[in-house]
Design a protein around this ligand. Structure first.
Ligand SMILES: Cc1cc2nc3c(=O)[nH]c(=O)nc-3n(C[C@H](O)[C@H](O)[C@H](O)COP(=O)(O)OP(=O)(O)OC[C@H]3O[C@@H](n4cnc5c(N)ncnc54)[C@H](O)[C@@H]3O)c2cc1C
Length: 410
């Protein structure tokens, strides 16, 4: 049995946990990040790849749209090596109602999401494969993020600030005395050894597993429902900018160019287990149809890979619907298909450490630096080997292949 001490234990090494542990370490706390698998093996490795401009939420949730626009700038600055500033377009296809675009422009202005209307001819010049029947087009600051690069970059930076990152270490128990957490007990899956970490502060960043972690500490009314979404990667870049349909957020309304492929997505269906996510044939067809609305002939490209991820959709009986608590954030699909579902997207990853109690002047100074996102992370191809027991990963993920089960995004 191993024992350790830490000011803060962060559970879950996805984009949220890696960003949070970095933020915590930058504020001067001793911190340990635990993941039951490798970093980014949860939703973070199976997402759509979009760095939101905020445009998606300008009608449904202007507050989120504004936060997205602000965080987009910060993430682009600190994770410059993981972000591609592709830019984005919101287009009204022949199938979409034109009057929504007026609501969209009004919402974008109100939420301070940068946008410009461009002519249809200009949109087609920028993206020649776009549906020539589009009726309006707006340019926004969407981009793409390499999830692996981002998560490992944040983890390496956290280690540089003194944090420890333990992968393949599954949290099995959270010990408390009265209302106070006193320790986290985990199982080192590689050494088959128990690890006990004495701590008084736990941050739950276990994504769709967060409800199970909350259960461990007796918070049984934190209900996290996995919302399964599928995506399909087509074999090359059909577009070079993110292309969104200018409609109320819906299934299959975004095409994202990521590295050498374009990814169409996504769906949103309640799932029972984030570990076992189906990729139903009808949803694959639905995605291909959605691609056709944006890019005629979409189906003629080759689909190289289909996968699914699980959104951490949050229901907490104690929390009012109108405003989320700091550890849960905005919705990917604000349309209430399941009542009271909340979920984050990748831009939330820096926020959770803000709630730690400041302690002394030096810590407050560090808090100010951390709140601004800290300095940019530099790409270090060999840096992964420096992680505590983290395995070497290739710099770029291996070529995508069609699989049955959910795997990581290319
Ligand atoms: C289909 C889909 C498309 C999306 N597209 C976008 C997009 O384009 N842009 C965007 O910004 N957001 C997108 N999102 C949302 C985004 O992917 C998630 O908000 C984000 O990845 C969540 O990261 P996380 O770190 O909170 O959770 P996760 O990445 O799921 O991390 C949780 C971690 O906790 C670990 N864990 C679980 N239980 C334990 C335990 N007992 N002990 C130790 N570790 C444990 C897991 O192994 C996992 O690594 C999408 C989501 C989905 C599902």
């Amino acid at each position: 049995m191993r024992t350790m001490d830490a000011d803060v234990v962060v559970i879950g090494g996805g984009a949220t946990g890696a960003g949070v542990v970095r933020d915590v370490a930058m504020r001067g706390y001793s911190a340990v990040l635990l993941d039951k698998a490798d970093l980014g093996q949860g939703t973070t490795g199976r997402y759509h790849g979009l760095l939101h401009s905020g445009g998606r939420y300008v009608v449904s949730d202007t507050e989120s749209a504004t936060e997205c626009a602000e965080e987009n700038e910060i993430v682009t600055r600190i994770h410059a090596d993981a972000v591609e500033k592709t830019g984005g377009l919101f287009v009204v296809t022949p199938e979409d109602p034109l009057d929504f675009s007026d609501q969209w422009t009004e919402g974008a202005t109100k939420s301070k999401v940068p946008w410009t209307e461009i002519s249809v001819a200009e949109a087609l010049r920028r993206e020649p494969r776009l549906n020539p029947g589009i009726k309006r087009a707006f340019a926004v600051h969407d981009g793409t993020v390499d999830g692996w690069q981002m998560v490992w970059g944040a983890a390496r930076s956290a280690i540089d600030h003194g944090a420890q990152v333990l992968t393949y270490t599954e949290v099995t128990e959270i010990v408390r005395e009265g209302d106070q957490v006193t320790a986290v007990i985990a199982h080192d899956l590689k050494k088959d050894e128990q690890v006990t970490i004495s701590t008084r502060f736990v941050i739950n960043t276990a994504g769709p597993w967060a409800g199970r972690i909350a259960d461990l500490v007796g918070c049984h009314d934190v209900d996290v429902v996995p919302g399964r979404g599928i995506m399909i990667a087509m074999n090359h870049r059909l577009v070079n900018t993110v292309v969104n349909r200018c409609i109320y957020p819906a299934d299959g309304d975004i095409l994202v160019p990521v590295h050498t492929v374009s990814i169409i997505g996504t769906t949103d269906v309640k799932a029972d287990d984030p570990q076992r996510l189906a990729i139903p044939r009808n949803e694959v067809q639905q995605m291909l149809d959605s691609g056709e609305a944006l890019i005629p002939g979409f189906r003629d490209s080759r689909a190289v890979h289909a996968w699914a991820g699980a959104r951490p959709l949050f229901k907490d009986k104690r929390v009012a619907v109108h405003r989320h608590p700091p550890h849960v954030a905005r919705h990917e699909h604000p349309r209430p298909r399941h009542p009271r579902r909340r979920q984050g997207h990748r831009l939330d990853h820096r926020r959770q450490a803000h709630d730690l109690p400041p302690d002394g002047q030096e810590r407050r100074r560090r808090d100010v630096r951390a709140a601004r996102g800290g300095p940019p992370l530099h790409h270090r191809p060999g840096g992964r080997a420096r992680l505590h027991r983290g395995p070497q990963l290739p710099h770029h993920p291996p070529p995508a292949r069609q699989r049955e089960g959910p795997r990581q995004a290319p």
